[in-house]
Ligand binder design. Structure first.
Ligand code: ARG
Ligand code: ZN
Length: 484
């Protein structure tokens, strides 16, 4: 019966029908929709298929909300434009961007108005003309509204978070790990798609506006506002992008080897931050000696009002801290992420231990080089549950294998940090210091400004050191049982 029905259609109609199902007409490949997610093992809808972003130019105009309600109708309002330059990896009839909340006013692709619709956190864009495989294209999204904080799988907050302070009360901080960046700009929000950025923030007089990278200009717009143009010349995973607005105190400097330092501290946190931040330049130099050249042109820290967040985050070049960092190890940890996580980024959220294990191990190394308890002491303390050496030694550091967290709510769990660092120490025990530090530097150099997976790391470690490390992987990295 099916055949009879088909046979009644005119020949061109059959051809069109076939073209629809196969995506082909007369030999030329037509576009098809890009995937709405990259099937990350923990966040399957994060990111999008069919294209890779080269550059984001974000123009954000923000009115900080007053501290205690009220204000004008525009308080807390963001008016923004995102210009995204991307390359099609397939013929595309439509593609997605990740965006949570906010209102999309209009979208153009290659300067032509494009149809678009929203479903959940997916913004689907249908260009007037299909994009060809390999084509570099420009998408402009005009959007705005009151951006929101999102609740993470482990119930901490990310996205756009309103902070205390400011001439009229409030300020804001944007933090994206793992999927918070969709709360403030449309993008391919998965760490596997890194891009360069220009983030321009326009805020009322009296506010500072901070972001990643280099401050290119600071301009009085003539209507009571200041425009801050920040530029990130090195690729960045979108979860590491930040925007911070508030009445911050800015100080600048340089490290001994000439890396520029730009620090911003919230009112009231200056005294508490002074000691630890003063050591940042020295830490950059120390890291360059241990891990290889610092991967970025600029460094620094942003100290938020106390209580803004429950965690610090390694936002690229300029980590954010919730109040004055009490311990220099925390500043060192976020700095170490600049090599491990930010320059060498995870391929998927399953590879998180490559971020946190290395950053934690860096803290142990810093202590080792500065008269504190070294890596061996920390390693033994965890096995013995000795909290005198490390407060986390009696935590659930052994609860699951670092390379296999049991769910998205565990990707920032203790085993990812501490057992992850212990994996690195087990390698060092097997291969000795010379080969171990050669491995660490080689890893940072060979994947500089790229992405890498756990499987790539284990293969690389064995090849670089010439040791069979299968037991370390089986027991420490992937084994379900507590290692002994
Ligand atoms: N990557 C951050 C750090 O170790 C911590 C992020 C915590 N996020 C969370 N959802 N628990 O430095
Ligand atoms: Zn970390």
């Amino acid at each position: 019966m099916e055949h009879r029905a088909l046979s009644r259609l005119a020949v061109p109609a059959v051809a069109a029908l076939l073209a629809l199902t196969t995506g082909c007409t007369g030999g030329t490949v037509q576009g098809r929709p890009g995937a709405s997610g990259l099937r990350d093992p923990y966040f399957p809808k994060a990111g999008n298929g069919g294209y890779q972003v080269d550059h984001y130019a974000l123009d954000l105009d923000y009115d900080p909300p007053p501290a205690s309600g009220g204000g004008t109708p525009t308080s807390g309002q963001l008016n923004a434009t995102a210009v995204i330059t991307a390359r099609a990896e397939q013929g595309l009839s439509s593609f997605n961007l990740d965006l949570s909340g906010l209102k999309v006013e209009g979208v153009t692709v290659q300067g032509e108005p494009a149809r678009h619709n929203r479903t959940g956190n997916e913004l689907t864009v249908r260009p007037a003309e299909d994009l060809k495989k390999g084509e570099v294209f420009r998408v402009e999204v005009d959007y705005g509204g009151k951006p929101k904080a999102l609740v993470d799988a482990d119930s901490s907050k990310e996205g756009w978070i309103v902070t205390k302070g400011g001439p009229d009360g409030g300020g804001a901080v944007a933090v994206g790990e793992p999927i918070g960046s969709m709360a403030w700009f449309p993008g391919n929000h998965h760490p596997s798609d890194k891009a360069t950025y220009d983030i321009t923030l326009t805020v009322p007089h009296g506010y500072e506006a901070l972001s990643n990278g280099e401050l290119r200009s600071r301009t009085d717009t003539g209507d009571g506002r200041t425009e801050f143009a920040w530029h990130s010349p090195e690729p960045m995973a979108s979860y590491l992008a930040t925007a911070v607005v508030g009445p911050y105190k800015v100080t600048t400097g340089k490290t001994a080897s000439g890396v520029s330092v730009y620090n911003a501290v919230a009112p009231g946190e200056e005294a508490g931050s002074a000691g630890t931040l003063a050591r940042l330049p020295e830490m950059v130099e120390w890291g360059s000696g241990r891990f290889g050249p610092y991967p970025f042109t600029t460094a620094g820290a942003i100290v938020l009002p106390k209580g803004s967040l429950t965690y610090a985050l390694e936002t690229q070049t300029r980590p954010v801290f919730p109040g004055a960092p009490q311990e220099e190890e925390l500043v060192l940890h976020e700095l170490a992420h600049q090599w491990f996580g930010n320059s060498v980024s995870p391929k998927s959220w399953k590879d998180m231990w490559l971020n946190e294990g290395f950053a934690t191990y860096a803290e142990w190394l810093w202590a080792e080089d500065h008269g504190g308890a070294g890596a061996q002491k920390h390693f033994e303390a965890f096995l013995a549950g000795d909290t005198d050496v490390d407060e986390a030694a009696d935590s659930d550091w052994d609860a699951f294998p670092p390379a296999d967290p049991p769910g998205p709510e565990h990707i920032s769990g203790n085993p990812v940090y501490y057992r992850g660092a212990m994996v690195l120490h087990r390698i060092r025990q097997e291969v000795g210091d010379a080969k171990f530090f050669d491995l660490v530097r080689g890893w940072a150099a060979d994947h500089r400004h790229g992405n890498a997976s756990t499987a790539e790391f284990t293969a690389y470690a064995e090849e670089r050191t010439g040791h069979d490390l299968k037991k370390v992987w089986d027991v420490w990295l992937y084994g379900q049982d507590r290692p002994r």
